[in-house]
Every structure is written in C-alpha cells, then in structure tokens.
Ligand binder design. Structure first.
Ligand code: MN
Length: 403
C-alpha cells in the first residue's frame, strides 16, 4: 500500500478536511490537568503521548519525549526522526496498536513546541517586498538592488515568540508626529503571514553550509505571524532595520509539520529574474505547493501559496551561515510575508489596504489596521488526493495597549 492510501484506526484522522491524517504526524508539546508538559504527535482529533509510548517501550528517543520542549529530540538527528516516523506510522495505521496512550486534543493545553534559540526573519516574497517598498520608498526604489541576489533578513527576538492562542498586547512606541516624535499606542498594528522553519542541527562557527546541507538541517515548519507595528517601523527602520516594531510578539502554531510530511508537495518557487551566485543555487526545488492564508474575526481575508516565494528556507539558512555564523537546534527562520500578486492573496494589511488608504470590508465595516479585540488566525495546508497536511490554527487576539 502506498503512503498516500494509508489510513489510521483513529477515525477522525481519515476525514478529508482533517489537518492531521496519518501522513502528517506533526510534533508538539501538550499537557493535561495534573501532568507535566511532554511531547506529542497530532493524529485526527487526538494527541499521542510520546513520553508514555517511550515508557512502554514502543519508541526509542533516549528519554527526550518527557521533556517540555522538542529541542533534545530534534538534536538526536535525522536518522532518529526517520526511524520514529516509521514507528509512529506503524502504531497508528489501521492494523496498528489500539491500546495507545491517546489524549483528546480538546482536553489538552498546547505549549510552545521548542525553546526558540534565536529568531531570524526574512523578506522572501517578491510581491510583498515590492508592494511594501512602494509604500515606504516609492516605486523607483521599491525593490532594493540586492534583493534578487540574496535573502534579506534581520535578527529578531526569540524571547517574544509565543504559541498560538497567547493574547498579544498592542505595543506602545515612538512614532513620527506632525511636530516631532510622539509616544503612543501603535495605531497601525498589522500581521504578517509567514512560514517558520525550525533548524534541526547545529553548525560550527566558521562553517559555511551549502543549500543542500541546509535542506538536510531543517526539522520542520510552523505557521508564523510576525506581528508588526507599521507606524513604529516607519519611524525607526532606517538604517538598521526593524527593531521595536516587531519585538513585542511573534506567534507560531503549536504543531511542527516535518519536512518528511511535506516531501510529496515539493514545488518550484517564483521565476528567477537573474542567476544566483553559486552558494545560493539549489539542486532541487526547495518550496512546497501549500495553501497559506489568514482570517480576521472568522472572515477569510486572503489565501495564497508558499510556492510564490523567491528564496527557500534552505537558501535562507545557507545564506545565514555564509559569514560563518553558527546555527543551533531550535533556531527559527521566518520566511518573510507570503503574498501573491492579487489583493486577496496578500499576507499583511499594509499591502491589502495600500498603507491604510483603501480599507477592506470586515463584517460590513471598512477596516485598515488591526483593532483591539480582533482575532487573527493563520491557516496552512498541502492538499493531496483524499487528505491534507495541515498545521492547525495559529491565532492571536489583540489586547489594548498598557499606556
Ligand atoms: Mn516578517
């Protein structure tokens, strides 16, 4: 039987619209009342308790599944990832073990799946880079001259990465006023629809990683919302890039979808406008045919595809090490806002409303940026014949600023 036709004895996993079929098996960290957080895998509407599986001798991950983050498991390396995936598939398949320690997802709390070692955010959708560049600098200088030659990024904050469902406080900050700077709650709060890559292996200081090696170092992917305060950003970002505009919160999905689960959906990305330098060239396409979108207060605002991107996570990782910068397990690389060319394919309100000039309708009201109480949800899935590989929701609700 091919992997595509596999079904699970967990009934909910076999529904076409379920994010967690047996072909997915994403990793997360969960807890139930009275028990410590531990590692789990999502299957249908259940979570498989991996720590308990290991305690029963069903898996061998050197005790790492009892940890409250996945870093130690991830650090065991690709051979263990692959072996564990084979074991999990056998346990959860139709002829598998029906006495497994499963917990209903509805009764569990989901935690940040990794200790985020460092967070780097990139800028890899050409549509987004151009549209935002027009708003910030005009059409002539929209796309910086180096943009089509290398992945542009900045070193963000790991300390403010939170798991889906964590409320986000509207930031206070300094913005440009009519007569000098003003201290205020951000008035132009925005989201950024992104995919986050979780680095699964360490590299040494001074060690340059090729794109192919980088591909092998990625453990998996999460949905990532890079919340952005556009008014703070406009005033602060030159010449060193975003700082407080993006430091107040970044939300990721609780489930890490492995590279192995996404392999059947591998895809080419955007058409190159010039050849890349050899260290950024890839042997095989590094993107995925994967729907990504977002909703505001339950209304779908935009939907696009990860394969519109210009630089893959592997290229970003290779570039990140080009100077000899060491990478560590648990490093998180944000793809950059994923935007297609049409308005209903944009991954940020800044783009969708052209800097607030052309409002969109939400529940019959004209809207530009995010208001207090708004709930933003990212979604993402790769669609196969009869099943889909999804992330589950990645949500955040905005709390009023503390003035
Ligand atoms: Mn971003």
């Amino acid at each position: 039987m091919s992997n595509q036709q596999l079904r699970s004895w967990v009934a909910a996993a076999n529904k076409a619209e379920c994010d967690f079929p047996i072909q997915n098996l994403p990793y997360g960290v969960f807890s139930v009342a009275g028990r410590t957080p531990r590692c789990g895998v999502a299957i249908g509407d259940m979570i498989l308790d991996l720590a308990e599986c290991e305690a029963r001798g069903l898996l061998d991950a050197k005790g790492t599944f009892a940890q409250p983050v996945l870093n130690d498991f991830i650090e065991l390396g690709r051979e263990i990832w692959d072996r564990t995936r084979v074991c999990l598939t056998a346990l959860l398949a139709e002829d598998g073990d029906r006495a497994l320690p499963l917990v209903p997802m509805s009764s569990a709390s989901l935690h940040l799946p990794i200790r985020v070692t460092e967070f780097t955010d990139f800028y890899a959708s050409r549509n987004h880079a151009f549209n935002v560049g027009v708003l910030f600098r005009g059409p002539e200088n929209a796309l910086p001259p180096q943009w089509t030659h290398m992945p542009i990024g900045y070193n963000g904050r790991a300390s403010s990465v939170v798991v889906s469902g964590t409320p986000i406080r509207r930031p206070m900050g300094q913005i440009k006023g009519e007569d000098g700077p003003v201290w205020t709650a951000s008035r132009r709060l925005d989201l950024e629809l992104e995919l986050g890559a979780v680095v699964g292996a360490n590299s040494r200081m001074g060690q340059r990683i090729s794109v192919d090696e980088a591909e092998d170092m990625i453990f998996g992917y999460v949905l990532l919302n890079d919340w952005s305060a556009r008014d703070i950003q406009t005033w602060e970002y030159q010449p060193l890039g975003p700082f407080q505009a993006k430091a107040f919160g970044t939300t990721i999905s609780p489930w890490i979808v492995t590279q192995a689960a996404l392999e059947p959906f591998r895809s080419t990305g955007a058409v190159r406008v010039n050849p890349l330098l050899p260290y950024l060239q890839e042997q095989r396409p590094g993107f995925y045919d994967m729907v990504l979108g977002w909703t505001m207060n339950g209304q779908t605002m935009a939907q696009t595809n990860y394969n519109v991107m210009y630089y893959s996570s592997a290229q970003q990782l290779a570039h990140h090490t080009a100077s000899g910068c060491p990478m560590r397990v648990g490093d998180l690389l944000g793809s950059g806002t994923v935007s297609g060319s049409a308005r209903d394919q944009t991954g940020a309100l800044l783009e969708m409303t052209q800097g607030g000039k052309t409002p969109v309708q939400v529940a019959g009201q004209p809207r530009t940026f995010i208001q207090d109480g708004d709930k933003i949800e990212l979604f993402g899935y790769a669609l196969a014949n009869g099943y889909r590989i999804g992330f589950g929701p990645c949500t955040g609700t905005i709390l009023p600023a503390q003035e």
